[in-house]
Design a protein around this ligand. Structure first.
Ligand SMILES: C[S@@+](CC[C@H](N)C(=O)[O-])C[C@H]1O[C@@H](n2cnc3c(N)ncnc32)[C@H](O)[C@@H]1O
Length: 280
């Protein structure tokens, strides 16, 4: 079945269930964090933590002089002010040449599309925006699609027309719970098998943040009854594993920015041993 007309029911069900605010309970989180704080050195115990140093303020060392940093300085997209560029350089530099298609939800100005177009030399850059005026920013390898990121009909049509299989999706659009989660439900499965999905400005959307945090449980899926010591032989999950268990391999939280890696879980690990030992 083509990715464009298929939304894994398990993904949709899980997302819809989790959107309910009643399911959110932060009490455990708070308790756990308090526990960590108790383990840390007290203020009067001569902490060894690095203190803020103004000379490091401009950029983390790994981003100083990076190609993306230079292009961000040239094109000045709004995400530069949010300091996401250093994070993106970490994730995108290794795949820069191989990326064929990028989607950015939220265009507003030509700046960000121009930056991605120059940074990914072999990619078509698809911008999505609800504002028809953004159509004017199409050209060269930049395409602009006018529609609402909350509108499933629009998303289906967009995936169908472009063929999906995106290498990178960046959500910098409406920044509401519904917008973030609807777009994720449709565009994450439309990524190519090792694509990268980024969501910006996760500030006022606790449900979306909570759902993204919960993806960790899918990455760390353990088949019921699988012997504990046999993880080097864990080539494939059991029947109970969901689509999300099998298709998410990485989850990164930066301030207000979350990045999720699609991949084959657990088959992506090339160092798995081939034969599972006999168990009694
Ligand atoms: C923060 S701006 C994008 C900035 C741009 N990505 C950059 O880095 O310079 C957000 C854009 O999202 C668009 N937008 C808001 N709600 C939307 C929706 N429901 N669907 C699609 N686009 C939306 C707005 O029209 C606006 O142009």
């Amino acid at each position: 079945m083509h990715g464009s007309d298929f939304i894994p029911p398990i993904l949709m069900r899980a997302l819809l269930q989790l959107i309910e605010p009643s399911r959110l309970d932060f009490s455990t989180t708070k308790r756990d964090l308090a526990g960590v704080a108790r383990l840390m050195p007290r203020d009067d115990e001569n902490r060894t933590f690095a203190r803020f140093d103004p000379q490091w303020e401009a950029e983390p060392t790994w981003n100083q002089g990076s190609a993306l940093q230079r292009l961000a300085a040239k094109h000045k997209p709004s995400k530069r002010a949010h300091n996401y560029i250093a994070r993106y350089a970490l994730h995108f530099d290794p795949i820069r040449e191989s990326v064929k298609s990028v989607v950015e939800i939220g265009v507003q100005r030509p700046n960000s599309l121009l930056m991605w177009e120059e940074y990914f030399p072999n990619a078509v850059v698809h911008g999505i925006d609800i504002d028809p005026a953004c159509k004017a920013f199409a050209g060269d390898r930049r395409q602009v699609h006018i529609g609402d990121q909350k509108d499933v009909t629009f998303l289906r049509r967009f995936i169908g027309q472009t063929g999906g299989n995106f290498d990178v999706v960046i959500d910098d659009g409406e920044h509401s719970e519904q917008a973030i989660l609807t777009s994720f439900a449709w565009l994450f499965p439309a990524l190519q098998s090792h694509g990268i999905y980024a969501v910006e400005d996760l500030i006022y959307t606790p449900n979306a943040r909570s759902i993204f945090r919960s993806l960790e449980e899918h990455i760390n899926y353990w088949p019921r009854g699988f012997p504990g010591g046999d993880w080097p032989y864990l080539h494939e999950f059991d029947q109970a594993a969901t689509w999300l268990d099998r298709n998410i391999v990485g989850l990164h939280f930066y301030r207000y920015l979350t990045i999720i890696n699609r991949g084959y879980n657990p088959e992506d690990n090339p160092y798995l041993r081939s034969e599972r030992p006999k168990t009694a």
